[in-house]
Design a protein around this ligand. Structure first.
Ligand SMILES: NC(=O)c1ccc[n+]([C@@H]2O[C@H](COP(=O)([O-])OP(=O)(O)OC[C@H]3O[C@@H](n4cnc5c(N)ncnc54)[C@H](OP(=O)(O)O)[C@@H]3O)[C@@H](O)[C@H]2O)c1
Length: 202
């Protein structure tokens, strides 16, 4: 095998779960992981988008519809992974939403929606996956530059991503005994389905 093939096949045989894998960053990651040799499970709430994403990835992919803030949906996801592949090597907890609401117009439903998906959903996505990790592995969390920098109108979103950043620090210590690595992705201004992140400007 050439050096290039070795690098491009570095996920050969690995089993990956990518939440929010039916569009944007999650879908691009699923495509890349499969190119590099992984088998991927992708999730999202919209079945139609999930079906399209499965077609785009093309091979070595299963779509499992579900909402990360619904714990029964997470149980169903991991039961599916367990039945089909028996383990997880890489978990990309990427599903997330951003809505704009400047201080003064923040509603309870805005707060609940964003915290339920970005914080509660991410926490239980990770916690419920742990029993499927065997010999170490990797967990990647999608945070945002908004976790440490202030942008107009997205304070609740920024607070959820700061929570994710904090989870990463604590879980690195919690998961040391299991040899599971935690990584954090901090994105800024990537084109997304909703273009919600375009409002993050100085
Ligand atoms: N784009 C940027 O510039 C940027 C910057 C900083 C951080 N991020 C973060 O990057 C991640 C991906 O965003 P993106 O830019 O790729 O946006 P996107 O294209 O809107 O993708 C979001 C993904 O999350 C899924 N999702 C949303 N809520 C969900 C839920 N409750 N349960 C399961 N899946 C859910 C969506 O599918 P369904 O709608 O079908 O559920 C979709 O697949 C997010 O965590 C976002 O906060 C993005």
């Amino acid at each position: 095998m050439t050096q290039t093939e070795l690098i491009t096949k570095r996920l050969e045989g690995k089993i990956a779960v990518i939440t929010g894998g039916n569009s944007g960053i999650g879908l691009a990651t699923a495509q890349r992981f499969v190119q590099e040799g992984a088998y991927v499970f992708i999730t999202g709430r919209r079945q139609s988008e999930l079906d399209k994403a499965v077609k785009r990835v093309g091979r070595n992919v299963i779509g499992v519809q579900g909402d990360v803030s619904n714990l029964a949906d997470l149980d169903r996801l991991y039961e599916n992974v367990k039945q089909q592949k028996g383990r997880i090597d890489v978990l990309f907890a990427n599903a997330g939403v951003a809505d704009v609401a400047p201080l003064g117009s923040i509603t309870e439903s805005h707060f609940d929606k964003i915290f339920n998906i970005n914080v509660k959903g991410l926490l239980f996505t990770v916690q419920k996956a742990l029993t499927l990790f065997q010999d170490g592995g990797s967990i990647i969390l999608t945070a945002s530059i908004g976790s440490s920098k202030g942008f107009e109108g997205v304070s609740v979103y920024g607070a959820t991503k700061a929570a994710v950043r904090s989870f990463a620090r604590s879980w690195t210590v919690d998961l040391k005994v299991k040899s599971i690595m935690i990584d954090l992705c901090l994105f800024l201004f990537l084109p997304s389905r909703t273009n919600k992140y375009d409002s993050f400007s100085d």
